[in-house]
Design a protein around this ligand. Structure first.
Ligand code: GTP
Ligand code: MG
Length: 147
């Protein structure tokens, strides 16, 4: 079982899409193991986007992600890192397919509503940046063998 860090970005919160975005992951059969509304600090944002440090859009990224509250979440599921990125859709909203979160709801890159970890290493770093170990709840759903 794999874990990933998913975050409704400030545009998703402001647009009232929290519930609909969370539904996409529940519909897919993933399990929510931690969730909170957070105002991201500048320091946290820089850790979160460490892989983009030095790129010309890095400061814009930090400004955007700290511009309002986000919903930080940890989800669990088989191959969830890759699968949840399919649910999210392509980074560039012009390429995001209908049926994906970005394809259905996002109209202007980089306001693309949702973040998902891109590797097990990123997932570990991103989860630790937002959650203490004891905040992650371990439980089984009886339906899991049917998914
Ligand atoms: P995240 O799940 O948000 O990490 O998106 P991603 O993994 O699909 O894309 P990536 O990690 O490459 O980029 C992180 C975020 O930076 C994207 O979601 C965009 O919001 C933004 N971004 C990426 N490339 C560019 C760019 O060329 N210009 C600008 N302004 N923003 C960018
Ligand atoms: Mg990324």
């Amino acid at each position: 079982m794999e874990r990933t860090f998913l975050m409704v970005k400030p545009d998703g919160v402001q647009r009232g899409l929290i519930g609909r975005i969370i539904s996409r992951f529940e519909d897919k059969g993933f399990t929510l193991v931690a969730c909170k509304v957070v105002q991201v600090t500048e320091n946290q944002a820089k850790i979160h986007y460490a892989e983009h440090d030095g790129k010309d859009f890095f400061l814009n990224l930090v400004n955007f992600i700290t511009s309002g509250p986000v919903v930080a979440m940890v989800w669990e599921g088989d191959d969830i890192i890759a699968l949840s990125r399919v649910v999210n859709g392509k980074t560039n909203v012009n390429e995001a397919q209908p049926g994906s979160i970005r394809g259905d709801f996002a109209a202007h890159t980089p306001k693309n509503l949702i973040h998902g970890s891109d590797s097990p290493e990123s997932s570990k770093r991103e989860i630790a940046n937002f959650f203490e170990d004891h905040e992650l709840v371990k439980y089984d759903k009886t339906i899991s063998s049917w998914i």
